[in-house]
Design a protein around this ligand. Structure first.
Ligand code: ARG
Length: 469
């Protein structure tokens, strides 16, 4: 059967498209995943047409019955998706007409696939955003549980990947909580702009039928209607924004993954990861590789690509709808799938992290992590900060020469090391050793945002309160 004969394009065409063109232009094999949204949108449209007296009650009853059957066919995997019918919209409409006759042909009154597809994507993305927000909350809950367990577990904080100052592992994890909190804010914000109704824009200019867009918006749970018909059918900025939010969230998880990979390496030896997130090597029997975090890092590149792909798709398009926009779906779907799978896997992976706190503490001895505390001690006793900085630099050099950490030096050796800085040595007393301990250093950073265990616990409590809302 040719397209002409099958009724897809009517009498306007004198020859059918080639099989290659058919395959090239079709979207059904990827947009069929919006079938539920397509049906939802069509039912709302049909109800509106009926209320407005544009189609009859009987038409609506037939459409509702036909759509119920189609929905169940799709659900049971019995629906035949036909390349001939090009996309999800025409596949469903043609099946509807085959099932119920003329009422099926009336469904498309006052509507175009242009506003239909824009509506479907927005419905689909809204559902997806809700799943993502739920999964993010689950991730955060598991992150908070782990952070709470380790609110007081010291590990070296790094800058430039050099040991800098002691922090707690809980504090370190809470940095990722903050990142994902902003991610959740971004997804919530994207949702506001996604949740606007294009239907009613028709092909591009609106329609001459007495439609009621506000009714359709209410039926479909949209907050408002898109206020310009040309814009409604053409712009995909909401999908681009979504991909930007995904790219950022994935970037955060990629950084976290990078750390998990480093921490798992025996060079660090800070954590072990449950076997279910690792794989072995086909040649080296001893290997246990952190494949899952490595793939999170790798898949971040792929979603960044989707963002750039969509921006590029949009940038040269004149108003209004162009077929280019059909290319929005695969990147959008893949970005969403990647985000959802990653969050699911990560939430579970967090429960599979075993912390080797002994190694974390050992590592703290290697980088003079409390040197700043020594300088701050001298400053609090009246030495100008730059002099204190110099005095401690000398002490670190001496410790290095002695092959020990600062708290392991005697008071005399410490004093002697800074003899060249006027006023430094006599400001040092026995109580310096309280300051030079990791616990002393941690506890002293006792302000909002600081690493003192009490502050970390308070931050976790605030985060939990946000979660239950
Ligand atoms: N499959 C199309 C898409 O995804 C639906 C809209 C087609 N509109 C058109 N005028 N050809 O964009």
């Amino acid at each position: 059967m040719t397209d002409k004969a099958s009724g897809t394009w009517s009498g306007r065409f004198s020859e059918p498209v080639s099989d290659l063109v058919k395959r090239y232009t079709a979207s059904v094999f990827f947009d069929c995943r919006m079938a539920a949204q397509d049906i939802r949108g069509s039912l709302a449209h049909a109800r509106m047409l009926t209320r407005q007296g544009i189609i009859s009650q009987q038409d609506l009853a037939d459409i509702e019955r036909g759509m119920a059957q189609i929905a169940s066919e799709i659900e049971r995997g019995e629906f035949t998706w036909r390349l001939d019918a090009e996309d999800v919209h025409m596949n469903i409409e043609q099946r509807l007409t085959a099932l119920i006759g003329d009422a099926g042909k009336r469904l498309h009154t006052g509507r175009s696939r242009n506003d239909q597809v824009a509506t479907d994507i927005r419905l689909w993305l809204r559902d997806t955003l809700d799943s993502i927000l739920e999964l993010l909350a689950e991730f955060q809950k598991n992150l908070l549980d782990l952070a709470e367990k380790h609110a007081g577990t010291p590990l070296p904080g790094h800058t430039h990947l050099q040991v800098a100052q002691p922090v707690t592992f809980g504090h370190h994890l809470m940095a990722y909580y903050e990142m994902t909190r902003r991610d959740a804010e971004r997804f919530t914000d994207v949702r506001r702009r996604v949740n606007r109704l294009p239907l009613g824009a028709a092909a591009l200019a609106g329609t001459s039928y007495p439609i009621d867009r506000e009714f359709v918006a209410r039926e479909l749970g949209f907050d408002e209607v898109c206020e310009n018909s040309l814009d409604a059918v053409s712009d995909r900025d909401f999908a681009i924004e979504f991909c930007a939010a995904v790219a950022l969230a994935m970037t955060h998880l990629s950084r976290f993954s990078e750390e998990i990979i480093l921490w798992m390496s025996p060079r660090f030896g800070f954590i072990d990861l449950a076997d279910r997130f690792c794989t072995g090597s086909s040649i080296m029997p001893q290997k246990k590789n952190p494949d899952v975090p490595e793939l999170v890092r790798g898949k971040t590149g792929r979603v960044n690509g989707h963002l750039v792909g969509l921006l590029t798709l949009m940038k040269g398009q004149p108003l209004a709808y162009n077929k280019d926009n059909q290319e929005d779906k695969e990147p959008l779907f893949d970005a969403a799938d990647t985000m959802i799978d990653t969050l699911r896997i990560y939430a579970d992976m967090l429960t599979g992290i075993r912390v080797k706190d002994g190694n974390m503490r050992e590592a703290l001895k290697l980088g003079f992590a409390t040197a700043t505390d020594l300088a701050d001690y001298l400053v609090k006793r009246g030495l100008p900060f730059r002099d204190a900085h110099e005095a401690v630099a000398l002490a670190v050099r001496a410790a290095e020469a002695q092959g020990c950490d600062l708290p392991e030096m005697s008071l005399d050796a410490l004093r002697g090391s800074m003899a060249h800085v006027a006023g430094a040595a006599d400001r040092l007393d026995e109580d310096i050793f309280g300051v030079l301990t990791v616990e002393g250093s941690l506890a002293s950073r006792n302000h909002i945002g600081g690493t003192a265990p009490a502050q970390v616990r308070a931050a976790i409590a605030r985060a939990r309160a946000r979660l239950v809302r």
